[in-house]
Design a protein around this ligand. Structure first.
Ligand code: PLP
Length: 481
């Protein structure tokens, strides 16, 4: 033992470096507005500064952090900048970062109840809180036949729902004997691409995915949904799954949940609701209406990692009948057998999703909900929606710009009246200046800009400045022509 080498970081060094790291992050948050929001580097710029081989000898944390500052930071796109208006947000907060740090520190792998009872039981409790916070039906609570689980992303939740739906429809035959090949799923033309991916992975086949057209609000047309189901039935196919979206990625469109739910019940189809970003708004009583009809769903998922101040990754997936999900995904090799599992008195969350191992994600969510309180969370969601609506008003009152899709919550799709090429140039010019970051979508062949407000610290001033910059940049482009 005398000659044993030690390459581990000492406890004393860990303390010192840990404190410095928290200071680094706090400084970053204080100064985040000084960075160009969209990273301005070219492909290869970062990789070319990194050595081709790993170091043989130990390097100090000071050396490592110096490279973080000089090499990596220019290649960061600043999602936590209040001037980040692109995609959907992936916001964060102090309590969330601290919860995630504690989760890393504990280093728990919570695949089974027995591998850390707190990891499972805190998760169950926090998810039951969310049922109350979002006013979801009691069937999604752990105390009923349903329950919920934290997954990494909405994509994984979608895949889990497709698999459970497939198994329920085929009486668990697909798991045993392979895909039947005649199951059919339904989404709208606006549904997130993760559903198409789930359908491919689940062996349903892209050709058995029907993209239902949308109405003028970009919401699924239920008359077309029902017609398509009937046509498929007549052709001898087996409809089994519908995904309804609350807050589509492109425009925040909301599908008619009650009508879709009734159709699902009539034809015995699994109804999944994807409310990845917008679900969070339902914690505010005045926006809870977006989930009317959720009582008809078999599964529902939303991402606190988008808009609920809980850093990536954290998706909450609720099911009305957990036995279907568990029967679909459960596997019990000898080495995982243990008394608690055999007693049937516990949840083993590894049976509720694709992978086996799992992080202690509920910690950060618990920290966030407790530290903000539900009223604190509501306050910021209401504020984001208020300033998004204010932005929409400014756009509507301008003679040069127009709002091009309904803006029910925190996303406003807008365009300059000068047409597609101009809007594309406008977006590129604004993003390359680095002061703010927008992304685009295409609606009815028109290239439009998206203003999505959901970063933790975005306030009215940021949005006012963004609107001024948009107008000014458009005027400059017109003058240059
Ligand atoms: N569903 C919707 C409506 C989304 O907007 C997104 C991503 O933005 C997803 C699903 C996929 O999210 P995730 O990255 O959690 O898989």
């Amino acid at each position: 033992m005398k000659n044993m080498k030690n390459f581990h970081m000492s406890s004393e060094e860990f303390r010192k470096q840990g404190k410095q790291m928290i200071d680094w992050i706090a400084d970053y948050y204080e100064n985040v507005e000084n960075y160009p929001v969209l990273s301005q580097v070219k492909p290869g710029d970062i990789k070319n500064q990194l050595p081709e081989t790993a170091p043989d000898e130990s390097e100090s944390m000071d050396q490592i952090m110096s490279d973080v500052n000089s090499i990596l930071m220019p290649g960061i796109t600043h999602w936590q900048s209040p001037n980040f208006f692109a995609f959907f947000p992936s916001n964060s907060s102090g309590p969330s970062v601290l919860g995630d740090l504690l989760s890393s520190g504990l280093g728990v792998q919570g695949m089974l109840w027995a591998t850390s009872p707190s990891c499972t039981e805190l998760e169950t409790r926090v998810l039951d809180w969310l049922v109350n916070m979002l006013q979801l039906p009691d069937k999604f609570k752990s105390t009923s036949a349903g329950g919920a689980v934290i997954q990494d992303t909405a994509s994984s939740a979608a895949l889990s729902s497709v698999l459970a739906a497939r198994e329920r429809k085929t009486n668990y035959q697909t798991n045993d004997s392979g895909s039947l090949g005649n199951l059919v799923a339904y989404v709208s033309s606006q549904t997130h691409s993760s559903l198409e991916k789930a359908i491919k992975i689940a062996g349903i086949g892209k050709n058995n995915l029907r993209l239902i057209e949308v109405d003028e609000n970009l919401a699924m047309r239920t008359d077309l949904l029902e017609n398509t189901i009937q046509e498929d039935l007549q052709a001898g196919l087996i409809p089994f799954f519908v995904c309804a979206t609350v807050g589509s990625t492109s425009t925040n469109a909301i599908d008619p949940l009650p009508e879709i739910g009734q159709i699902c019940q009539k034809y015995q189809l699994w109804m999944h609701i994807d409310a990845a970003m917008s679900g969070t708004a339902a914690i505010c009583p005045e926006y809870r209406f977006i989930l009317n009809g959720v009582e008809l769903a078999d599964s529902f998922s939303f991402n606190p990692h988008k808009w609920m101040f809980t850093n990536f990754d954290c998706n909450c997936f609720f099911v009305a009948d957990r036995s279907v999900l568990i029967k679909t995904l459960s596997i019990l090799p000898e080495y995982l057998k243990n008394q608690a599992t055999e007693s049937g008195a516990v949840f083993d969350y590894r049976d509720w999703h694709i992978q086996l191992g799992r992080r202690f994600r509920s910690l950060k969510l618990w920290f966030v909900i407790r530290n903000y309180g539900v009223n604190g969370l509501r306050y910021y969601i209401q504020e984001h929606i208020r300033i998004a609506q204010q932005f929409a008003e400014w756009v509507r009152s301008s003679s040069e710009f127009e709002v091009v899709a309904p803006a029910p919550l925190n996303l406003v799709c807008f365009a300059h009246r000068n047409g597609n090429d101009f809007n594309k140039k406008l977006l590129e010019t604004i993003n390359s200046a680095g002061k703010m970051y927008f992304t685009h979508t295409v609606i009815g062949g028109n290239y439009v800009l998206r203003m999505c407000i959901g970063q933790t610290n975005t306030n009215e001033e940021h949005v006012r400045k963004a609107w001024e910059t948009i107008q000014q940049t458009a005027n400059e482009l017109i003058q240059k022509d």
